[in-house]
Structures are given as structure tokens and as C-alpha cells.
Write a protein that binds this ligand. Structure first.
Ligand SMILES: [Ca+2]
Length: 461
């Protein structure tokens, strides 16, 4: 009898120890990405007029990173790096997949669209996505929202390491019709679907994300949730800023056309924020919120309706306003609550961080451009990132330590970000040796990218 009691006590203690240690082990991972949200368009990033109580809740429960960068100042290449952990110039997807003729009023027929770049180009099939790695490690993987990695079947999420997909695969749609310039674009799995036509895209993505979590919360899951909000709509009517009335009512009546656009944009953000709040509540209700890593950032800097203050420039630019984005992360018990880091980190750090958190392994023989930044988010270590490079056609930029060099159609110069986050004071003449060093570092990176094994769709090989 005594022995049995001792045995039970040991079992009980062992169980207690293992459950106390269970939280940091193989967490669920939810990666939420906004489309074109400004650096200051969150309450927790000093946004005064915008209502984002749930994003602020993530920051309050976790960390806010103020020097987080994406790899490109617009959608497709930035997202390619999230999925592959590699520079766009290395994974091959270093420009937009887009039918530009719509800009000149051209309307595609379905037959013509089927042959167009939007339909036929995609991320090189030799690239290994984070979905593939986590799926292999036993995670259930899902994508809800904007895939933007190619929409021919071979490029769709179900063929790229994901068990579940609901969303669109091109770069933008009308929020209500789910058409892209007249072409119906919503998918469930590999099939286009009209089941939700007429329903607001953000609401539909909220429902599908919650379904995925409900169905898969009993074992580790990875949910990639890239909203198209608050990007403008891609429709022939140029009815750009679409949002349900109830979110508009949360803001005061606009007094000018400019204010009207701003208010609609803010309401789109608030609608997305509410969806994120519903997901946070759901995690708690299901009892998995302590074992779920939730992250949020914008795929590139804010566009015309956004506020990127105090950064210079906007989406499309090599200025900080194009590439430095708001980032927040929450993992209770692992990332300390209410903290801020100004360490130099980027979207390239996500892939290795997810792989380590999932106790998986990085694929062999693949060059990764980032590192596991979890200890940085925890405030335990300094970032090991020393430099970062950007290239968009003829525009280029480099950050090495505190210095940033820009050479672009809209201007350029050398800036000390530690004193001049707004890139106002060009130090080119004052610090020629620093300028020369940054240019040399860029050239070295460029040579490395050119020497990398070529990937489609844009490179000539
Ligand atoms: Ca974008």
C-alpha cells in the first residue's frame, strides 16, 4: 500500500513537472499579416485616431518591435520571403505577379486571363515553404486569406505544404464580389468558389480562420492568416476603399474626400482588428492561448491612406516608410508581457524561429537568410542581424548597423537611423567612408544573389 502511494506520488509529480514545462513545447503558430498598414496605424504604435484594441492587446500581452523590416516595399516579394525565409532575389520572386494592363483600362476575358502573368507565374516549385517544413514536423497547416504566390494549381497552398486553404491566390480582390478586375478569385482548396460572394472578405476570413482553429486545436497547428485589409479593392469600378457601415460609424463624419478615404481605411483596419480579437478570445476559450505564438505585422509600409509617421515615404519606397513595419508578438510565459524591442530584426527571421519553436529542422542544403529571433523578442539577447539589403528594379537600399543608404528614383542619401529615423539629414558628404562601406556591402550582397542558383519566374537562365 505504501509502495503504491509512493508510486502515485511520483507519477503525480512527474505529471506536474511535465505540464509545467508543456507550454513552451511545440506551440501552435498563428502568423497574421496585414496588407499595406501604416507604421503608426495601431494604437500601440502611437496611432491616436485609429481603433485597434485587439492588436493593442497582443502588444500588452507580449512584445512590440520597432525596428522590424520586410524584404520588399510591396506585396508579392515580401510574402515570398515570409514563406521561404530567403531574400526575394534568392527565391526568385523579386517582383509583383500582376496584370498591369488593367491600369490602362484593359478588361481581361476569362480566356485571356488564363494565359496572363497573374495566372501563369508563381513561386518556383523548388522553393521549400514553411508550411512544408511544419507539416513534415507533424503540424496541421492552413492558409486563410491572400496567398499571392501564384494561382495555377501547382502553385496553390495545398501543393505547397498546407493542409487547408481558403482565400485568393492573386494579389488583390474586390472585398464584396471577390473578383479581381472582373475575374472571380476566391478558392476553397484547389477550386474556385462563389459560396460567399457578397460577403465582406475580412468577415469570411475571420470565419474560416476560426473554423480551422476549432477543427485543429487538439494538436499543433500553423495558421498563416494574411488579410487583404486594409489594401484598397482591385476592381474595375475603382471603388477603392470598401468597408461595412458598422465600422465606419465608429469614426467621426469625414469633412473632405481625403478624410473620407482615411476614415474608410481606418474602419477597414478596425474590422480586421475585431476579427483578430475574436480569434484571441477563441484561443482562450479552447484553453490553448498559453501555448500559441501569435504574431502580427504589415507586408509593407502604408500606402496613400495610411500614416507612417515618423518614417519617411510609403509603400513602394526604399525609405523606412516602405520597408519598416509594425510588428507585435504574443506567447504567454515565453515572451514577457508589455515589452518593447528596438533591435534590428526582419521577416527573414520568422522561418528559423518557427522551425525551432516546432522542434523541427531546417532543410539541408538550402541557404537561409535569417536566424531564430525568439531570444531577441524575449529580451534575452541582442539581434545578430548586422545588415539588410533591398532592391526593386533600379532602386536600392542597405542598412548596416545604424546607417542606411538609399539610392532610388525618389532620391537617396546616407542616414544615421539612431538619430534620424525620418531620414532627413543626408550624411553622404560628411561621412564618405561610411557611404563607401555601405555601397560596397550592397555590391557584395548583389554579387551573392546573382551567384545563387537561379529561380523562376523572372530570372533569365
Ligand atoms: Ca501590400
Amino acid at each position: 500500500m505504501h509502495c503504491l502511494r509512493l508510486f502515485l506520488t511520483i507519477i503525480f509529480l512527474a505529471w506536474n513537472v511535465s505540464s509545467a514545462n508543456a507550454a513552451p513545447q511545440r506551440p501552435n503558430i498563428i502568423l497574421i499579416v496585414a496588407d499595406d498598414q501604416g507604421y503608426r496605424d495601431l494604437g500601440c504604435f502611437d496611432g491616436e485616431e485609429i481603433k485597434t484594441p485587439n492588436l493593442d492587446r497582443i502588444a500588452k500581452d507580449g512584445v512590440r518591435a520597432t525596428s522590424f523590416y520586410v524584404t520588399w516595399p510591396a506585396c508579392t516579394p515580401s510574402r515570398s520571403s515570409i514563406l521561404t525565409g530567403r531574400y526575394p532575389q534568392r527565391n526568385g520572386l523579386y517582383d509583383m505577379i500582376r496584370n498591369d494592363m488593367v491600369n490602362y483600362g484593359h478588361r481581361y476575358s476569362e480566356v485571356e486571363y488564363a494565359l496572363s502573368p497573374e495566372m501563369t507565374l508563381g513561386m518556383d516549385l523548388r522553393e521549400i515553404t514553411i508550411g512544408q517544413v511544419l507539416q513534415k514536423a507533424g503540424y496541421t497547416t492552413g492558409v486563410v486569406g491572400k496567398w499571392d504566390g501564384g494561382q495555377a494549381r501547382r502553385y496553390l497552398p495545398l501543393q505547397r505544404g498546407f493542409d487547408f486553404f481558403y482565400g485568393f491566390a492573386n494579389t488583390g480582390i474586390d472585398y464584396w464580389t471577390h473578383e479581381r478586375y472582373g475575374i472571380h478569385s476566391m478558392f476553397r482548396g484547389n477550386q474556385r468558389t462563389k459560396e460567399d460572394q457578397g460577403q465582406y472578405a475580412t468577415d469570411v476570413f475571420r470565419r474560416e480562420a476560426m473554423r480551422f482553429i476549432q477543427d485543429n486545436h487538439r494538436k499543433p497547428f500553423f495558421l498563416y492568416l494574411p488579410f487583404n485589409a486594409p489594401h484598397s479593392a482591385s476592381n474595375l469600378e475603382k471603388d477603392s476603399w470598401q468597408v461595412p457601415e458598422k465600422y465606419l460609424k465608429l469614426y467621426s463624419e469625414p469633412k473632405s474626400k481625403r478624410e473620407e478615404i482615411r476614415v474608410k481605411y481606418m474602419a477597414m483596419v478596425t474590422c480586421m482588428d475585431e476579427a483578430i480579437g475574436a480569434i484571441l478570445d477563441q484561443l482562450k476559450e479552447l484553453g490553448v492561448d498559453n501555448n500559441t505564438l501569435v504574431m502580427f505585422f504589415s507586408d509593407n509600409g502604408g500606402g496613400g491612406a495610411a500614416n507612417n509617421h515618423p518614417l519617411r515615404g510609403a509603400k513602394g519606397d526604399m525609405w523606412e516608410g516602405g520597408i519598416r513595419v509594425p510588428f507585435i508578438a504574443r506567447w504567454p510565459g515565453v515572451i514577457p508581457a508589455g515589452t518593447v524591442t528596438d533591435e534590428f530584426i526582419t521577416a527573414l527571421e520568422l522561418f528559423p524561429m518557427f522551425v525551432n519553436a516546432a522542434k523541427a529542422r531546417l532543410p539541408k542544403g538550402v541557404h537561409y537568410d535569417g536566424f531564430d529571433m525568439l531570444p531577441v523578442l524575449q529580451g534575452k539577447t541582442k539581434s545578430s542581424r548586422l545588415e539588410m539589403f533591398w532592391e526593386r528594379r533600379l532602386d536600392r537600399a542597405a542598412r548596416v548597423g545604424q546607417f542606411k543608404w538609399v539610392q532610388a528614383g525618389k532620391g537617396g542619401g546616407l542616414f544615421d537611423l539612431s538619430k534620424d529615423i525620418g531620414e532627413k539629414n543626408d550624411l553622404s558628404a560628411e561621412k564618405p567612408e561610411v557611404l563607401a562601406m555601405l555601397k560596397a556591402r550592397f555590391e557584395s550582397w548583389k554579387n551573392e544573389m546573382d551567384a545563387a542558383e537561379p529561380r523562376g519566374p523572372f530570372r533569365d537562365y
